[in-house]
Design a protein around this ligand. Structure first.
Ligand SMILES: Cc1cc2nc3c(=O)[nH]c(=O)nc-3n(C[C@H](O)[C@H](O)[C@H](O)COP(=O)(O)OP(=O)(O)OC[C@H]3O[C@@H](n4cnc5c(N)ncnc54)[C@H](O)[C@@H]3O)c2cc1C
Length: 397
């Protein structure tokens, strides 16, 4: 293993850290009180600055307009950007577009790339990914009810999806639908590109999540597909290969999430330490930092953060150097280790802030509300633990 960071990446990461501190963190009070749509003009101004700095789309392939960073390199960038909820969006490497770019780049036809991939990488349009269904367990994704039935040169899609993140304002969705119910279960579903203005693509609502229904990029939609007709040329990759393609994007997507979560840990940790040092809690001038409980939280958080970070960097290094399949166990581990590390560190930081932590005067309450989902999406923690344990136990039989 070699986590040596090149001078180029060190420079990029410090430029990003500075940008996040100077340009994005000051926008957060406004971000917490306004809708995302209202924030778009100022976010676009920041995006122009990012393009001028030649830091646009760091993880996207260079042949379609991105910087083409390796997974480990982008992991470090993602960590720096994760310190603010605006980081990934402004530098244009946000989920779910990042995953969709990867799929389109690897499997799209020339025509699909021209129509969807190029404007997506350029930041002219957004996309979403519709797999999870209201009535089916997302934890067992082969159980899908949404169907895409061939009719002449078209597919007709019917189904009920939800948690289609960022569908509000997206130009197209990549929809996972069953194209052959008779095929072996992992070959039943396909990915199909569906423009969101297609008749039968019915955006029911943005789901209220933790008291916040959000809008535009920052939202999760419920969508009803009712006789939604798209040309068969909108099929992405081979028919029946939906799960194979979803599996491919899993490893890199996990690193992006985990490094973003580590950025959140870092921000929460910094806030916790600063507050502990400055909050006076006795007439003699003693601060919270003098109390052993707080000291324990700080030491535990520092150690947990470091351990989670090394595990994640190791995973990224393995994927870059020996491939995702060899890195399988490590990819499973980081999902639940980092999600829970983040939960604990944000919780401790919020507690150290007392009543202030519950307000939107710091970013902590926002992290607390929005990032709890980390233990659920990208595969619930319990599912990853089960499959990891099965693989470990197999080696003992
Ligand atoms: C904020 C957020 C954003 C999302 N964005 C998207 C998106 O853009 N596109 C998309 O398609 N989906 C998205 N999802 C959906 C997400 O992928 C699913 O919620 C997830 O896969 C879990 O599926 P489920 O909600 O149906 O839970 P279920 O499958 O019903 O599982 C419920 C719980 O049961 C437990 N459980 C399940 N299986 C097992 C098992 N084998 N062993 C032990 N315990 C188990 C777990 O604790 C799990 O949390 C998002 C979800 C959230 C919260």
């Amino acid at each position: 293993m070699d986590f040596q960071i090149s001078d180029r990446i060190q420079t990029i990461v410090s430029m990003i850290n500075e940008f996040v501190d100077k340009e994005l963190i000051p926008l957060e009070p406004e971000f917490m009180t306004r809708s995302f749509k209202e924030m778009l003009p100022v976010l676009r101004e920041k995006q122009i600055l990012v393009k001028k700095m030649e830091l646009w789309a760091p993880n996207f392939p260079s042949d379609c307009g991105g910087m083409g960073l390796s997974l480990l390199e982008h992991g470090l960038v993602s960590e720096a950007l994760g310190r603010s909820p605006l980081g990934h969006y402004v530098f244009w490497c946000q989920a779910p577009d990042a995953g969709n770019v990867e799929i389109l780049h690897a499997h799209g036809t020339d025509a699909q790339k021209q129509r969807w991939l190029n404007p997506l990488v350029a930041g002219e349009i957004r996309s979403c990914f519709a797999m999870t269904e209201v009535d089916m367990p997302g934890s067992n994704p082969v159980m899908l009810e949404t169907t895409a039935v061939k009719d002449g040169d078209d597919y007709i899609i019917n189904g009920h999806k939800w948690y289609t993140s960022s569908a509000d304002g997206a130009e197209f969705a990549i929809v996972m639908a069953v194209t052959d119910p008779e095929a072996p279960k992992y070959l039943q579903a396909s990915m199909i590109i569906v423009p969101t203005d297609t008749k039968g693509f019915n955006h029911i609502r943005n789901i209220p999540v933790m008291g916040h229904e959000g809008d535009d990029y920052l939202s999760h939609a419920e969508i009803m597909f009712e006789g939604c007709r798209v040309p068969r040329e909108n099929l992405l990759g081979a028919e029946g290969h939906g799960f194979v393609m979803a599996q491919e994007r899993l490893g890199p997507g996990r690193i992006h999430h985990c490094m973003r979560w580590l950025g959140i840990c870092r921000r929460a940790f910094d806030l916790m330490c600063r507050r502990a040092n400055t909050r006076v809690i006795s007439p003699s001038g003693k601060t919270l930092a003098t109390r052993q409980t707080i000291q324990n939280w700080i030491s535990e958080s520092a150690a947990e953060l470091e351990a989670a970070r090394l595990l994640t960097l190791n995973s990224a290094w393995q994927i870059d150097n020996v491939g995702a399949s060899e890195a399988r166990d490590s990819i499973s581990m980081i999902k639940f280790v980092v999600a829970n590390t983040m939960g604990r560190i944000v919780d401790r930081a919020l507690q150290v802030h007392g009543g202030l932590g519950m307000t939107d005067d710091t970013i902590l309450a926002w992290f607390f509300r929005h990032e709890r989902a980390a233990r659920i999406y990208d595969g619930a923690d319990e599912v990853h633990k089960t499959s990891l344990a099965k693989r470990i136990l197999k080696t003992y039989t």
